[in-house]
Ligand binder design. Structure first.
Ligand SMILES: Nc1ncnc2c1ncn2[C@@H]1O[C@H](COP(=O)(O)OP(=O)(O)OP(=O)(O)O)[C@@H](O)[C@H]1O
Ligand SMILES: Nc1nc2c(ncn2[C@@H]2O[C@H](COP(=O)(O)O)[C@@H](O)[C@H]2O)c(=O)[nH]1
Length: 212
């Protein structure tokens, strides 16, 4: 008699733009063979160096709306003036095959996933300061000043959600943050209840530094 395959775990990672979640998640997935990264769909134009099907599936507005109408998204949202969404089929398949799946999505998507898949676990990544967040966005060199300013403005709305997540990681030192994420996905991390005082203090400071 064959044993029933154990379903994989769903992980959601969110953070203000520029906090470093993509960099952390890429490293995490590279070191964790059990974990697969869900490639999102977006209407945002590709940045230099981004590859269709690796970084995102880049689609136009009509295709995105057709996918919404066909119920193909697990979650989707308008973020910084573009649409982003997670295709349901791939995630369901991976989980059914026993793989853990990681979604890197904004707070609106995280909220939708929390409602539909409450068994999922979520991680919020915080930058060490607003100044460092801006330095990282500018240093990345991928966005115009206008886009960077919009992302910094909208950091406030993202930061307001920190306490809705199960875990928080402060991305000050990259390797320490990566090690924290590795512990969390291995089931050995301290949840937010345990790390709440330090994280709460930083989150409040960041909220004060990033006006609405
Ligand atoms: N701990 C760190 N220290 C210094 N720089 C970092 C650190 N983590 C990430 N970075 C850098 O900060 C920049 C932003 O990182 P990244 O693109 O991963 O952010 P993000 O949160 O995914 O942003 P977005 O939501 O816009 O995609 C990158 O240039 C990255 O190399
Ligand atoms: N709700 C969703 N948000 C997503 C998804 N994929 C990415 N994102 C978020 O968008 C912003 C901007 O990303 P960028 O690549 O343009 O810098 C970032 O905060 C992501 O978390 C998704 O499928 N759904």
């Amino acid at each position: 008699m064959s044993e029933a395959m154990e379903r994989g775990n769903l992980w959601v990672v969110s953070a203000p733009s520029g906090a470093g979640k993509t960099s952390l998640v890429r490293e995490l997935v590279a070191h964790e063979p059990r974990l697969s990264f869900s490639i999102s769909y977006t209407t945002r134009p590709p940045r230099e160096g981004e590859v269709n099907g690796r970084d995102y599936v880049f689609v136009d507005e009509d295709r995105f709306v057709a996918m919404i109408d066909a119920g193909e998204f697990l979650e989707h949202a308008q973020v910084f003036g573009n649409r982003y969404g997670t295709a349901r089929g791939q995630v369901d398949r991976e989980l059914a095959e026993g793989h853990d799946v990681l979604l890197e999505i904004d707070w609106q998507g995280a909220r939708q996933v929390r409602t539909m898949m409450p068994e999922g676990r979520s991680i919020f990544v915080l930058p060490p300061s607003r100044e460092e967040l801006e330095r990282r966005l500018r240093g990345r060199g991928t966005d115009s000043d206008g886009v960077i300013e919009r992302r910094l403005r909208e950091a406030h709305a993202e930061l307001l959600q920190w306490s809705e997540f199960d875990y928080a990681v402060i991305n000050d030192d990259f390797h320490r943050a990566l090690a924290d994420m590795q512990r969390i996905v291995a089931g050995e991390g301290s949840n937010l209840k345990a790390s709440r005082p330090a994280v709460g203090e930083l989150a409040e400071r960041l909220l004060a530094e990033t006006p609405e």
